[in-house]
Write a protein that binds this ligand. Structure first.
Ligand code: GDP
Ligand code: ZN
Length: 308
């Protein structure tokens, strides 16, 4: 039989079949996955094969894991070269941001975008609280929308309070597996409650979308949305960090730099002070936004490696 992993506790996994049956499954024996040193072989979002163990208790044994389309991981705090796979097979990553109350910084947005690129997960920016926009925020929103749209990111203006943009987001969630992230206080739980008013969000008891609840676990969990589609909640990881990125790779995760980086005079160019740098030329000529270049430099400076 086949199922999808909805929840993982580390030793037990909650699986759901396409028909909606739920099974509690575990692994037997040692699982080896090609190329991944992971502390947990199975992650939320994985598609697996399983064999029922007990029909009465709905317990099962996982026998195989299907290839992952993508996955996000987190470095183990104690072992630098060990990773914890948080979730897999994501269709998109949505980040709720606000220009006011609280203000999300551009650096934070760019880190999120870099991480999404590195994980091969399409990213969407949801600018919430548009009802609070005054002239200053209107201007900033227009600037950022133009900048991010030109790079290829989808930007949606929304307000949980007025309902602006909510239908667009609802359509976006349908039939997809989405990861929702964003600072605390930007409106993630308000937004889900507004989209699905009759749906008592199960997570609120567990972690709370705002991160204000009791965190009994840091494992991810997936939820079916009433109108189809699924959301993955990752307690404690809504501001996911950068893992596994080298300085040399970084510009490859800025799509507008990626297209120019190959034309630099030096092929190990970090686009700082090197001569013949096409990325810096792009900044001068306007094809790369100065703010994005600033974010690039800031992220570069935060990455480890020998190239300091
Ligand atoms: P979370 O931490 O991301 O889950 O954020 P919450 O959903 O708890 O919302 C934080 C605060 O922002 C609450 O007081 C909400 O009422 C408020 N809020 C959410 N959406 C909007 C909005 O569109 N406009 C305004 N003005 N406030 C909002
Ligand atoms: Zn360069």
């Amino acid at each position: 039989m086949q199922g999808k992993v909805y929840k993982s506790t580390g030793s037990w996994y909650v699986l759901k079949t396409a028909e909606g049956e739920t099974w509690n499954a575990r692994l037997k024996g040692v699982f080896k996955l090609d190329g991944i040193t992971s502390t947990n072989p199975i992650a939320v979002g994985d598609d697996v094969d399983f064999e029922p163990e007990s029909e009465e208790d709905s317990t099962a044994i996982i026998t195989a894991i299907h290839d992952r389309k993508n996955y996000i991981n987190r470095q183990s705090p104690s072992h630098r070269n060990q990773h914890h796979i948080v979730a897999s097979n994501l269709d998109q990553s949505l980040m709720v941001v606000t220009l006011k109350d609280p203000r999300t910084s551009q650096g934070f947005i760019d880190r999120f975008l870099v991480t999404s690129e590195a994980y091969h997960v399409p990213a969407v920016l949801l600018f919430n609280k548009s009802d609070l926009f005054r002239a200053k925020e209107e201007d900033r929103f227009e600037d950022w929308k133009a900048m991010y749209s030109s790079i290829g990111y989808r930007v949606i203006r929304m307000s949980v309070h007025t309902g602006e943009g909510l239908n667009e987001v609802k359509t976006l969630l349908q039939g997809k597996i989405s990861l929702l992230s964003g600072h605390s206080g930007v409106g993630k739980s308000s937004f889900l409650n507004a989209l699905y008013p009759d749906w008592q969000l199960k997570t609120q008891n567990v972690s709370g979308w705002s991160g204000k609840g009791i965190h009994t676990t840091t494992f991810a969990e997936m939820f079916d949305l009433p109108t189809g589609g699924r959301i993955i909640d990752t307690p404690g990881m809504r501001e996911f960090g950068l893992v596994d990125i080298t300085k040399e790779e970084l510009s490859g995760y800025f799509p507008e730099m990626r297209v120019l980086a190959g034309q630099c005079q030096f092929n190990d160019c970090l686009h700082l002070e090197e001569p013949g740098c096409s990325v810096k030329l792009g900044v001068q000529e306007g094809s790369i936004a100065p703010h994005r270049y600033t974010s690039y430099c800031a992220i570069l400076g935060s990455l480890g490696g020998e190239n300091y």
